[in-house]
Every structure is written in C-alpha cells, then in structure tokens.
Design a protein around this ligand. Structure first.
Ligand SMILES: C[S@@+](CC[C@H](N)C(=O)[O-])C[C@H]1O[C@@H](n2cnc3c(N)ncnc32)[C@H](O)[C@@H]1O
Length: 169
C-alpha cells in the first residue's frame, strides 16, 4: 500500500513524535466531554491513528477507541501502547485507508491529528475521506492539515520542543 510507514520509521516515530498528541489531547478530550453527545456516545474514531498516543488519552477518559491506519507497523505500536485497553475490548486498531472505510457504528467524535490528512494523495482522496467520515460520524470531525501555503513555507525541518536538538529529515 502507498504511504505506509515502515517498521523502522514507526519505531522512531513511537519514541520521538509523541508531543503533538500529548499537547492537543487535553483540548480534544475536554471539547468532547462538554458535548451532550459524549454522554451517550463513547465511541471515538482516530483516523490515521499512528502509534495510538492520542487514543491512549481518550481511553484514560473512559471512551472507546477505534484507530485506523494504513501502516501495520504503526498499528502494532498503537496496540502495544494501549495494550490493557485492547485486551479489555475497549480499543480496536484496524488497518485501512482513511479515504475508503466503513464501520457498522456511528462515532460521536472523529479525529485526525498531526497533519495526517496531508498524506492522502490528492484532493479526491480528501473528499472521499470526508464522505466516509460523514457516514461514520454523528458528531464532530476534528482534523488538522497543512495548507498549500504552509507546505510552501515548510523547509523540511522538525524542532524537538524538549531539547535544542534539530532533526533534519
Ligand atoms: C504524521 S502521522 C500522524 C499519527 C497520529 N495521528 C499522531 O497524531 O501522532 C501520519 C499517519 O497517517 C498514516 N497514514 C498515511 N496515509 C494514510 C491513509 N491513506 N490512510 C490511513 N492512514 C494513513 C501513517 O501511517 C501515519 O501513521
């Protein structure tokens, strides 16, 4: 499948790129907790869930998570990072394409964080993702992505916020 993160990169990602999910999680969990729907619908879908860092926060707030990702290696980390919830049947991680998925339930909240939707190959795939999400979601879809302007200004560098280290990819 295209765009799948390799085992090596997934290992690195799991160790180093957790800050974004940890940073946005309190905002997202509080946002959903403040909705009426959160009282009746505890099911959250994390599209392009990566290594399950964001999922873990929602699980700790007693939501049930379905994580979807293209990468087998990223999903393995997600299952390991949330192992007790997977074993309890509260977290499910499935391999699939964010532009082509169906579930036989409606989620109260759908998330896709850390520019994950920029991985979709073209505008049609993004439209397909929105269409699939509209069918699967009875609440809110929250996502972030880089615009064309943002990508034009991005020079390919990442700055680790917890150190002075600069990693060039
Ligand atoms: C930048 S990571 C973001 C991971 C996670 N959302 C986070 O906040 O850390 C992008 C993720 O999107 C996944 N991905 C890329 N293309 C995808 C697709 N078409 N469908 C599902 N997942 C995809 C990658 O495997 C990777 O795990």
């Amino acid at each position: 499948m295209p765009q799948a993160y390799s085992a090596q990169f997934a290992h690195l990602y799991n160790r180093r790129w957790t800050e974004f999910a940890n940073h946005v999680a309190p905002y997202l969990t509080h946002f959903y907790a403040d909705t009426e729907l959160s009282k009746t619908n505890k099911h959250v879908l994390d599209l392009c869930c990566g290594t399950g860092q964001l999922a873990l926060h929602f699980l700790q707030f007693n939501y049930q998570i379905t994580g979807l990702d293209l990468s087998h290696a990223m999903l393995q980390h997600a299952r390991e990072n949330t192992r007790q919830f997977v074993e309890a049947g509260l977290a499910h991680f499935v391999q699939g394409d964010a532009a082509n998925f169906t579930f036989n339930r409606k989620f109260g909240l759908v998330l896709s964080t850390f520019d994950a939707l920029n991985h979709l190959p073209d505008e049609q795939a993004l439209r397909d993702c929105f269409a699939c999400t509209a069918t699967a979601c009875e609440g809110t879809f929250i996502f972030d992505l880089n615009t064309r302007r943002g990508l034009n200004n991005w020079d390919g560098s990442f700055i680790q916020e917890n150190s002075a280290e600069l990693t060039l990819l």
